[in-house]
Design a binder for this molecule. Structure first.
Ligand SMILES: Cc1cc2nc3c(=O)[nH]c(=O)nc-3n(C[C@H](O)[C@H](O)[C@H](O)COP(=O)(O)OP(=O)(O)OC[C@H]3O[C@@H](n4cnc5c(N)ncnc54)[C@H](O)[C@@H]3O)c2cc1C
Length: 307
């Protein structure tokens, strides 16, 4: 067994919450080691797109101001029942940062990686799955295969599936998972008049009895999110038909697609001795309302100054 780090905090997980936490800890002069089980950063799709002003502000302070600069600051939200507009509201542009911007999670992670690369207090080790944790009065021992790494504190940002880590710290993760299923696509196309509007449709003719959410993103991209039947497995042709119903004959390119379901779960504690939890590792929220990553960055900011 070898112990080979001088880090004061080990962050488990190099997702956007772990990245944010590492940058914020380094800002306090703390040496950080980030461990992630993956071989490296994947390409991914849009996933979390809508980031709110206070989070943009935290990222700017941590050296990732490009997220706000590159994000698309949409101005108007419209809600429809079938083809009838029920309501609309617009953001006041009164601050230095927009109220929120749309930017793909994969681009956000790239920008955070760039900031981390310029921060000498942060070391990132990929291919390091944490398989066990023990703690005593002076620190936490983190097992990665044959290796044990030790630091005074651990910040677990290991996402929703980190059941093993939560259990090792005696933290439960109760709540609900829902059957409703959603299909999300990143579609590159031109939709004149829709470039800075978020549109929410209930029971539209192109998705009867269900809903559709459309968000504009940078680079002429639209994120389209359909509610679909719980057991429906959409094929490429199904997806093409769904897109055509909305955009008509316009040329388009499907950049990425995925399906997801809603979960509402909460960790029984955000701190277990010398281990703190942040992000999806601590709470899972429905994506509608854009609270997942936004809440995770707030956790990271709070944990960083406390540590
Ligand atoms: C369709 C969809 C839309 C969304 N839209 C929004 C939105 O608009 N706004 C918003 O704020 N949020 C949104 N979210 C939520 C957002 O995507 C998540 O909240 C965010 O990804 C959580 O980041 P995280 O770093 O906590 O976890 P993750 O991104 O899951 O990262 C966890 C990391 O930990 C690593 N890991 C796990 N276990 C271990 C281990 N044992 N050892 C080492 N490494 C480990 C994983 O490899 C991974 O890299 C959306 C989510 C979905 C699905």
């Amino acid at each position: 067994m070898r112990r080979d780090t001088d880090a004061q905090v080990i962050v488990i997980g190099a997702g956007p919450v772990g990245q944010s936490a590492a940058l914020l800890l380094a800002r306090w002069g703390i040496q950080v080691l980030v461990l992630d089980q993956r071989p490296g950063r994947g390409r991914g799709g849009s996933k979390s797109i809508c980031q709110q002003r206070d989070v943009l502000d935290i990222w700017a302070a941590a050296g990732a101001g490009k997220i706000a600069e590159e994000g698309l600051a949409w101005t108007t939200a419209r809600t429809y029942y079938r083809d009838r507009e029920l309501s609309s509201w617009s953001f006041e542009r009164d601050g230095t940062l927009p109220a929120c911007v749309n930017i793909s999670q994969s681009r956000t992670e790239q920008i955070l990686d760039e900031a981390i690369a310029g921060q000498p207090l942060i070391e990132v080790r990929w291919d390091h799955e944490v398989t066990g944790l023990t703690q005593d009065s002076s620190g936490v021992s983190v097992r990665c295969g044959q290796r044990v790494l030790r630091a005074p504190y651990v910040l677990a940002c290991a996402g929703a599936r980190a059941q093993g880590l939560r259990s090792a710290a005696g933290v439960s993760f109760s709540g609900e998972s829902f059957d409703d299923q959603f299909l999300i696509c990143d579609v590159k196309t031109e939709l004149p008049g829709w470039e800075d509007e978020r549109r929410f449709y209930f029971d539209p003719v192109w998705n009867p009895g269900r809903q559709v959410l459309i968000h504009p993103c940078p680079g002429g991209m639209y994120r389209i999110d359909w509610q679909i039947a719980p057991d429906f497995i959409p094929t490429k042709d199904d997806i093409a038909r769904k897109i055509r119903k909305i955009i008509g004959d316009r040329p388009y390119e499907l950049i990425w697609h995925s399906t997801y379901r809603f979960h509402a779960r909460l960790a029984s504690r955000m701190r277990a001795g010398r281990m703190l939890l942040a992000g999806d590792c601590a709470h899972l929220l429905a994506p509608f309302g854009a609270r997942g990553l936004n809440s995770g960055v707030a956790d990271a900011e709070n944990a960083a100054w406390k540590l």
